[in-house]
Design a protein around this ligand. Structure first.
Ligand SMILES: [Zn+2]
Length: 500
């Protein structure tokens, strides 16, 4: 059969131009009208609960101001540092002694080479949302952007607290060591600031028995913080539990662990007491002893979390500090980590099962760093969701290397296929920067786009009020209910702007 095809007389490049969307406009990542409606009418104005990040509480307490854009944007941002190194920028312009302007210029000249890396999106989204700058950052525009941002940063509207308020942040959870005295959280609690800043109990150092010296130095600090002299394993547990209780008394209701894998070896308390005595006296543990000790500590922490009604989080799968030369030079968290290939499933199931069997399984969030483990994690949570709470065991949002368009989309899709996306507690920044909060917007746009596409394809019903509600739940309500943070002051935020 002959089919007539209408051919436009306009040249091809012009047709393309007409269809081309503007870079990072208001409908960025939204590919159809339904996605736009879901984002603009349901998701966009929802407040933010950032239930895991690495923001320094002292800077929030003192409401820090930044001298220039380099200080707030490049310092400590090892995502950007890795890109700069890959682009051939010498270390002196990254973590070295070059001036703040020289460092910014080095970043600006790297940005054009970050196309399709999430940094390209983050960079321009952050310039737009915080500074109202729509110019593309590169070597030519670096000077004007540096000057404009630096000038704006002098205003109180750019203090740390104002930056958080601007993004409708209602609550953040920082990451704190058991020996931390939480003085800044206490100071913040006394202030009548509307944003809650809560601590999270992260005892990674209390489990790290890889080096006796490091461990015993840590215990010196713990003895002081807990006011407990530590000779035996029992003393050790008393001291740590005292700190756990202290954290709970300071509004902490969340723990977090950064681990390569869950340790779930069989052990007896007598065995672990012997292992503790060995390392306490400076001995080196065998691999088996090391793993047994970590297994026991994980169970202790988890039982305390359950007792106090904490939510426990496990960030699993990072292979850290892989460049020993640069580790010696710059220390940890400076950009020398990657995705590990640890075997996660069996130990994770054994650990969660032990707690569940003893009725000591707290609400739990597990996060994978290796995307090959997506379906593994998506199905693992279903083993321990038993109807006692909505979404009791959660598969946490994409983090670190997976915190990007493809990583988030794949996490959302695997969770949809194997769990209940509608009960997901959503996005968090996991960031060290006060300018990272547009990542929530990024996630929300992707989420709305996935729903919008399937509504337009006829794969989901055109029930905008219901799907809009689900979107709002994933953006905010689910987290608020899951952590039971009902005291958050969100009355000023309109949660739905859609007309009845
Ligand atoms: Zn983290």
């Amino acid at each position: 059969m002959f089919v007539a095809i209408a051919i436009s007389s306009r040249p091809l490049h012009e047709i393309k131009s007409n269809r081309m969307k503007k870079f990072l406009d208001e409908n960025f990542l939204l590919s159809n009208a339904t996605a736009e409606k879901l984002y603009h009418e349901y998701a966009k104005d929802m407040p933010i609960i950032d239930y895991h990040n690495h923001l320094p509480p002292n800077e929030v307490a003192e409401d820090k101001m930044f001298d220039n854009i380099t200080r707030v944007w490049l310092n400590g941002d090892h995502y950007k540092w890795r890109a700069m190194r890959t682009n051939g920028v010498p270390e002196e312009y990254i973590t070295g002694n070059r001036t703040d302007w020289e460092k910014f210029h080095a970043w600006a000249t790297t940005v054009p080479y970050t196309l399709r890396n999430p940094l390209y999106h983050w960079t321009h989204l952050e310039l737009q949302r915080y500074f109202g700058i729509n110019t593309i950052l590169n070597g030519d525009t670096a000077k004007e952007i540096y000057e404009e941002c630096t000038e704006k940063l002098q205003s109180s509207e750019y203090s740390v607290r104002s930056l958080l308020e601007r993004m409708k942040v209602k609550l953040i959870c920082t990451t704190d060591d058991p020996v931390d005295n939480l003085q800044y959280h206490q100071q913040l609690e006394k202030d009548s600031w509307s944003v809650k800043v809560l601590p999270a109990f992260r005892p990674d150092k209390a489990m790290n028995v890889d080096d006796a010296n490091t461990f015993n130095n840590y215990l010196t600090g713990l003895e002081k913080a807990a006011d407990v002299s530590i000779s035996t394993y029992n003393d050790y547990l008393v001291a740590l539990k005292k700190r756990h209780t202290y954290f709970a008394a300071n509004n902490c209701s969340v723990s977090d662990h950064g681990l390569e894998e869950i340790y779930a070896e069989d052990y007896t308390t007598t065995e672990v007491a012997g292992i503790f005595a060995k390392i306490r006296s400076g001995g080196t543990l065998s691999l088996e002893e090391n793993r047994k000790f970590k297994s026991a500590m994980l169970v202790n922490f988890a039982e305390w979390d359950c007792e106090k009604g904490f939510v426990q989080q496990y960030h699993l799968g990072a292979l850290r500090n892989n460049n020993s030369r640069m580790m010696r030079q710059l220390g940890a968290d400076t950009g020398w980590d990657s995705i590990g290939d640890f075997k996660q499933a069996k130990a994770l199931a054994k650990f969660l099962d032990r707690l569940d069997r003893d009725n000591k399984l707290a609400q739990t969030i597990i996060y994978n760093l290796n995307p090959a483990d997506n379906e593994l994690f998506a199905t693992m949570i279903g083993n321990f969701n038993d109807g006692t709470a909505v979404g009791k065991v959660q598969w946490g949002s994409s983090w670190w290397f997976l915190d990007q368009k493809d990583g988030m989309t794949r996490q959302i899709n695997a969770l949809s296929n194997m769990g209940l996306l509608s009960r997901f507690i959503g996005m968090l920044t996991d960031s060290r920067s006060f300018l990272s909060f547009p990542r929530h917007e990024y996630f929300r746009r992707l989420l709305c786009n996935l729903f919008g596409e399937e509504i337009e394809n006829g794969e989901l019903p055109n029930d905008i009020p219901w799907i809009g509600q689900v979107v709002q739940d994933i953006c905010y309500n689910n987290a608020k209910n899951y952590f039971n943070w009902q005291y958050i002051d969100d009355t000023s935020v309109s949660k739905t702007t859609v007309k009845a």
